[in-house]
Design a binder for this molecule. Structure first.
Ligand code: FPP
Length: 246
């Protein structure tokens, strides 16, 4: 990970990319048209994060619940992921981006899993920006998995129950070892977390915008970062304590 962080720039941003379907509907086009436009916005935001000096970006591309969408939409999304991986990985690699997929990857078919794995291996030495793509991911799943690992460690005699604390459990979550999540963005005018990064969002600043994801561009990201830079992060302390740093 790059070293010093410019003041006011979040180290780690997560985005719920909502609004592709409505964006397409407004243009009388199928939902897959909106997802494809969303792919272009992903690219613009990755480039903008690199320019801003953000260290990690985590994108919610497919939730555990998205399997319940109509089959043709799920199929179109899988095709889109495949094509995006084929097209974009080399260029991202050239820019020093490290790609990681987080979530229950076993649920995807072999060709997609192989491409995901290959893209992670190809880019694992890069450190300009870490892009985590959350697929078949759910925040509760992440917490349950960490709890299971803790239980296994206790059962194996590697850990005592009283040694399980927040930092220990954190090590077993999907985004362990990353900078803490500073800014959580949701586009598309909904005000909920939708089971994304529940553990990691504990102290994140939340930013909601009505902009539909395909319209979210560098200027929108800049506005979100400026808004973040104005927030006072108190972590339970008073405003006076924060001001005097006691
Ligand atoms: C939510 O909008 C969006 C998704 C479920 C898919 C997100 C996928 C992309 C942005 C495609 C590209 C991603 C990568 C990583 C290549 P919605 O369909 O729920 O929109 P709606 O609320 O307007 O119906």
């Amino acid at each position: 990970m790059p070293g010093a962080q410019a003041a006011g720039v979040p180290r780690h941003i997560a985005i719920v990319m909502d609004g592709n379907g409505r964006w397409a509907k407004a243009r009388h086009r199928p939902r897959s048209f909106g997802h494809n436009a969303g792919r272009k916005a992903v690219r613009a935001v990755i480039e903008a994060c690199m320019r801003e000096g953000v260290q990690a970006l985590t994108l919610f591309a497919f939730s555990s619940e998205n399997w319940h969408r109509p089959q043709d939409e799920v199929g179109a999304l899988m095709d889109l992921f495949l094509r995006a991986l084929d097209r974009e990985v080399e260029e991202l690699h050239g820019h020093g981006v490290r790609l990681r997929f987080v979530g229950e990857l076993d649920a995807f078919d072999q060709p997609l899993r192989r491409r995901m794995q290959a893209s992670m291996t190809r880019t694992e030495g890069n450190d300009k920006l870490l892009v985590n793509i959350a697929v078949n991911y759910g925040g509760r799943w992440d917490i349950v998995r960490a709890a299971r690992r803790a239980a296994e460690a206790v059962a194996n005699g590697e850990l005592r129950v009283d040694q399980i604390d927040e930092s220990r459990l954190d090590q077993w979550t999907s985004l362990a070892e990353l900078p803490p999540l500073d800014l959580f963005i949701r586009t598309g005018g909904e005000y909920r977390l939708s089971n994304f990064l529940l553990w990691q969002a504990a102290y994140a600043e939340l930013y909601f915008t009505d902009t539909l994801w395909p319209d979210f561009d560098e200027a929108c990201l800049r506005r979100a970062i400026e808004d973040y830079a104005r927030r006072e992060r108190r972590y339970g302390r008073t405003g006076e304590q924060v001001a005097t740093n006691v």
